[in-house]
Design a protein around this ligand. Sequence first.
Ligand code: SAM
Length: 262
Amino acid sequence: MTGRDEYYNRAKQEGYRARSAYKLKQLDETAGLLGQGRTVLDLGAAPGGWLQVAAERVGTDGVVIGVDRQRIDDLEDPDPRVELIRGDMTDDATRDEVRDVVGADGDERPVDVVISDMAPNMTGEYDLDHARSVHLARQAFEVATDVLATGGDVAVKVFDGQDLEDLEADIDAEFEYVRQVRPKASRDSSSELYLVAKGFLTAPVREGDQLEVDIEDVGSEGDGIAKVDGYTLFVSGTGTGDTVEVRVDDVKPNYGFAQPLQ
Ligand SMILES: C[S@@+](CC[C@H](N)C(=O)[O-])C[C@H]1O[C@@H](n2cnc3c(N)ncnc32)[C@H](O)[C@@H]1O
């Protein structure tokens, strides 16, 4: 394989450091990840094709933080703030540095989107390469759960295989939804795909939870409003002053819906 395909040539012509720049463009076009002003954490960022695309798309008000265990050359004339960290994401020290640089601390969650193109060194042994890529994807997912703002998004590369389903289910539990995206710019022969999860949930409840709530108010649609640690739950068929046992049936980043149990 020479690598000199359509995307390789386009990257050369258009000044991108890697053909993978087009994968991020396609992921963004499919899933809407990189708006103006967003703060983006790019894991496995060397040589910097994704960084270039992210910097273009977040614009002057955006922030892009790139991490790789390999050296990344500075971007030329980046408009947004760009920070580069050299380190291995499987090391605690690197993950701590990332949290520090992005300014994540407890309730401080400044990152809007985490993108990870991290890939293991390939051995050619399918199961081993798959297992290592799942491990890297989990590191990305774990950091994402520490730094992402409520409603934030992730796109994480992983090689297809037997542990994909479990990884996807674990991510799904923390986001509004997750789906698999295979960008056209991925090589046909590749087993890579991206898990794209939208709407990071910091809510104190999850779908299926049962709890007792006090209805404090009634919303414009006529549903009762309860607060759970500051999170708004709309409860149908209830009124101000009611105390009811409810089942949560839909959780969105900033509010959720529940039904009375009886
Ligand atoms: C496919 S390349 C990324 C290409 C990049 N998205 C671009 O557009 O230029 C995968 C990168 O993941 C990095 N990587 C793999 N394992 C890593 C780890 N544990 N920590 C940090 N970076 C890692 C590699 O060094 C490599 O640069």
